[in-house]
Design a protein around this ligand. Sequence first.
Ligand SMILES: *Cc1c(COP(=O)(O)O)cnc(C)c1O
Length: 475
Amino acid sequence: MSPAKRLKRLPPWRDLPSVGSLLESAELSSYRERAPHEVLAEAARQAIAAARVSLRARGGSRKEAPSREAIVRDAARRVESELLPSPRPVINATGIVIHTNLGRSVLSEEAIAAVVETARRYTNLELDLERGARGSRMTHVEPILTGLLGAEAALVVNNNAAAMLLALNTFALGKEAVVSRGQLVEIGGSFRIPEILERAGAVLREVGTTNKTRLRDYERAIGPRTGLLLRVHPSNFAMVGFTEEVTREALVSLARKKRVPLLEDIGSGALIDFSRWGLPAEPVAREAIEQGVSVVCFSGDKLLGGPQAGILAGKRGLIASLRKNPMARALRADKLTLAALVATLRLYRDPAKLSAAVPTLRMLGEPQAAVRERANRLLHSLPADRASQSRAEVVACTTEVGGGAMPLARVPSYALALRPARGKLEDLARSLRTGPDPVIGRIESGRLLLDLRTVDRDELEKLARAIVRALEEEP
Ligand SMILES: *Cc1c(COP(=O)(O)O)cnc(C)c1O
């Protein structure tokens, strides 16, 4: 066989460039300052591998082999993505303030500053400066929590799921936890009350029915094996119609009479009454404690607007047993969390400044007119041809609170609605998500809505640029 013939028979991917030659390209060389050699080499390897795959997919015809330039560009794109922070910032144009997939709460400037300082320097996290002896990390957060909640004692763990696990394991290990059937809910991300209960070593004692549970159902279930009564905020779920649940007051007196602790998972952790903004009243932690619930638990990053954390508060003796459980060490909150939480809670001491300072509260409470003003501003910042290409207009809409809080509440809002001519809504949504400043919107009745309630004024320019860029990608 002639050498020329033999060459033709070799698989065409033999012609793909080598890693070494890609690394020498001007484009990849330009990253040498910013990216370590290993990152560049890996990007080159992956780009070559991808080219090989696409070549195979097209039947291996030499004519269709990706060009060297295309492979270099692909490698550069891979390097770029390695240089981006991960997780990376996105523009939340869903209007959902507590969006679990987008990181739930955005922190206040005060909390951010506290995190940065705590991260940068050594701190007295577990050192009593006065005595020069070992201290507890809870001393930083417990006094402000007990003050705000009117509780005797408090404890902070990693998140509310951890708080539940710890409380159930402490009070009901090998014993029964009495719960209404109507409260055996699943709360996003596969957190199911019956399952967490089982993993905590407690035995589930269901009482009542799905829609109706009465006090005598609880009374009948309580006995020598009872470890605790559990009351759960049904979170993202609401029961309507022919329903009945036992009031908190009635459960408190029953728990007292039977001398068993009453644990209430209030879920989203409202520290203030949201009805002032026309939103439904969520269980407020302080009220639950005042009414005599033995221990309450809730999240730090839902309606409270702080970092991910699980807060437990209530009777001194019970909180002390939680602390003594060896599991508490495994579930404990990290120093950055504690710093952010303390800074957030301090803002709650000044109700006049609170709703401006905590982004979650600011966004939920912002008047409609202000949201509409931002929507109009965004619309007018789009070049006229792009605006008409996408039939952009400002529309009134409603959104949900998110985070399993206030499931039935609709928050009125305003959005920029885009209706690309060719009806390629999914493509436009994808272009917006995958651009340099990812934008997450929602598709609703044939339009892509970019809801301005969750978009900060400072993000408007970026958002406009992202829209223009995504529309340019339109065929
Ligand atoms: C959200 C929620 C949880 C879980 O809280 P995390 O902080 O996400 O772990 C538990 N219970 C209720 C009622 C909730 O709403």
